[in-house]
Write a protein that binds this ligand. Sequence first.
Ligand code: ADP
Length: 270
Amino acid sequence: QGTIIVQVRAAILGEEYILLLADDRTEITRTERIRNDFVANVSHELKTPVGAISLLAEALEASPDDEDAVRRFAQRMRKESSRLAALVQDIIELSRLQGADIVHQGKVVDVNEVVAEAVDRSRLAAEAKNISVVVGGTSAHKVFGDPDLLVNAFRNLIDNAIRYSPGNTKVGIGIRDRDGLVSVSVADQGEGLKPEDQERVFERFYRVDAARSRQTGGTGLGLSIVKHVVENHGGEVTVWSQLGRGSTFTVRLPEMEEDQGAEGSPPADQ
Ligand code: ADP
């Protein structure tokens, strides 16, 4: 019935209206397709560790007296469970981001502090591969936003830099400001990315090497979370990379003026 009314109105209002309507429908179909793809991907990704845990439990039941096998199966169960936990956490984070209202719920955030917190949380992963994470350029830079989301975004970039680099290398983090934007770049000396992969790494569940990502605890959602967080803050994230030489991911966020900080209000253009 709704469609008939729209069609009658469209006939009255003329061609332009019909075209707008057609555009709208294309947009709805696109959004629906993205959502359906996401649900399909999530189900697939969840089924893999759940299936593995169930098989391993069966194997444990079948050989309770074989100490060696029990230990091996239990270890693998633990690994699959952590994968499941990471995946569930990232999915929750993504859905939390859909409803995030940075403009009304944000506050003044010191970029150096959130970066330092993110580095701290990645410390264990860095130590395990003897990778040194060095932060440069630490004059005070303030942005308006949600500190927890920002820490999580930077942590994802630093974790990736560590995950996709060989041991005994360096990860350099540079904080700068230019033209009213604070930029934070995370540069690694890792495996790098081909140009065609650089275009796609921010897509949900896109991985260059799925087996490698899974093995190292990746969920395939990290960079899409980063992109979401940064765009919610009115910023952008870009990548520069050369295969075999390393990658640099750069986040740019609108910087707060000194006097904006006093009232704790969002930047004027938000
Ligand atoms: P994952 O959980 O698999 O790391 P992400 O969304 O964080 O998922 O990243 C998507 C893919 O981009 C990764 O699987 C990896 O192939 C590639 N990637 C991300 N960061 C880097 C990096 N610093 N160096 C090389 N490749 C990277």
